[in-house]
Design a protein around this ligand. Structure first.
Ligand code: ATP
Length: 198
């Protein structure tokens, strides 16, 4: 199965672009959502997270995301530890998911595709970019957060330039209609490349 990685910094529009691929009937795996699910369902992850972050890592309702996020986004070392606990299990879960995929390729969406070494499993990579000021405006309009928190998250992600240099396709997501056209072109290009491979 051909795996196409989809990445981009916070607020670049990954989810927006992903939906465009879903509308083309391409199956998609959203690493962040699956990671959150696994943090609630996997006993092994839960045990390790409590060892690392203490009992407050979970409440009676499940994972205490706010508590963990506050710790890790202020401390890159602890973010690395969190990723080292969660990511190997997400990778394994993705391998299982791929076996059931029916579309001609699968999209693996991960904001930290390169940082988490997830890029290794991708045949092609798409990076979604947008100017930092635009991304900040989008996140402030979408979430209850602060500019400081957004900048802290950005600090832990590679820059757009770095990601773009390691990618096969770049979508500069400013104008939605233009982005939609680019998605269509990339989709056709990937299908053509798959034909060439087989
Ligand atoms: P995160 O990393 O935080 O999950 P993301 O990269 O997945 O973010 P989206 O959630 O797709 O980004 O987009 C962030 C916000 O910006 C959303 O509210 C979305 O509707 C809006 N948005 C995305 N692309 C555009 C665009 N081209 N024009 C205007 N608004 C956009």
């Amino acid at each position: 199965m051909i795996v196409v990685g989809l990445t981009g910094g916070i607020g670049s529009g990954k989810t927006t672009i992903l939906k465009m691929f879903q509308n083309l009937d391409i199956e998609c795996y959203i690493a962040d959502i699956e990671a959150k699910k696994l943090m609630n369902s996997s006993k092994k992850i839960k045990k390790k997270l409590i060892e690392e972050f203490g009992k407050n890592a979970y409440t009676t309702l499940g994972l205490n995301r706010k508590y963990i996020a506050k710790i890790v986004f202020e401390n890159p070392e602890r973010l690395k530890t969190l990723n080292s606990i969660v990511h190997p299990r997400v990778h394994k879960h993705f391998e299982k998911f791929v076996k059931k995929v029916k579309s001609s390729y699968v999209i693996y969406e991960n904001a930290i595709l390169f940082e988490s070494k997830g890029a290794k499993k991708c045949d092609f990579i798409i990076t979604v970019t947008a100017p930092i000021s635009v991304r900040i405006k989008r996140i402030l309009a979408r979430d209850t957060t602060t500019k400081v928190d957004i900048l802290n998250r950005m600090k832990n992600q590679f820059s757009d330039e770095e990601k773009a240099s390691k990618s096969d396709y770049i979508i500069n997501n400013i104008d939605l209609e233009k982005a939609q056209k680019e998605v269509q072109e990339i989709h056709l290009n990937i299908l053509q490349k798959i034909q060439e491979i087989h």
